[in-house]
Design a protein around this ligand. Structure first.
Ligand code: DQA
Length: 144
């Protein structure tokens, strides 16, 4: 199984950024751990602060990867273009958020991408990504 973890703006600062909300682990460290936890999965990780690059990556992987785990950061709440990119591909996308966006400011309660994603996982810290991986593994079990 081939999965892409795709992180959007400011998520390169994980571990340093608003640690009370996002924790003190860098994504690079976390990515090493998650790869070890699921050695059977071919996992790629990409982060960009720019909307266009995120869209390019969705196009690039969206017809042959088995799944995309997307934390679009603040673009979640603003980007029709990312939602359209997800609608245009065949690979299923699971939306993740580290924080529970529904507990936070009201502008974080709306997601342009939720309606075009398979599901959404939010509020479990970096474990949200583990849960997203599990959701794809679960699907595989159902298919077999
Ligand atoms: C986030 C939540 C967004 O509202 C915020 O803009 C982020 C991170 C999260 O993972 O909790 O950058 O996507």
């Amino acid at each position: 199984m081939k999965l892409l973890i795709l992180n959007g703006p400011n998520l390169n600062l994980l571990g340093k950024r608003e640690v009370n909300i996002y924790g003190n682990q860098s994504f690079d460290d976390y990515f090493i751990k998650i790869q070890k936890k699921y050695p059977e999965i071919d996992m790629e990780y990409y982060q960009s602060n720019s909307e266009g690059k995120i869209i390019d990556k969705i196009h690039e992987t969206g017809f042959d990867f088995d799944g995309i785990i997307l934390n679009a950061g603040a673009y979640t709440h603003t980007s029709v273009a990312i939602a359209d990119a997800i609608s245009g591909i065949t690979t299923p996308v699971v939306e993740v958020h580290i924080s529970n966006v529904f507990k936070r400011e009201s502008f974080r309660h709306h997601s342009f991408i939720s309606p075009v994603c398979k599901g959404t996982i939010a509020g479990f810290g970096l474990k949200s990504y583990d849960l997203a991986v599990e959701s794809f593994l679960n699907e595989q079990v159902k298919e077999n």
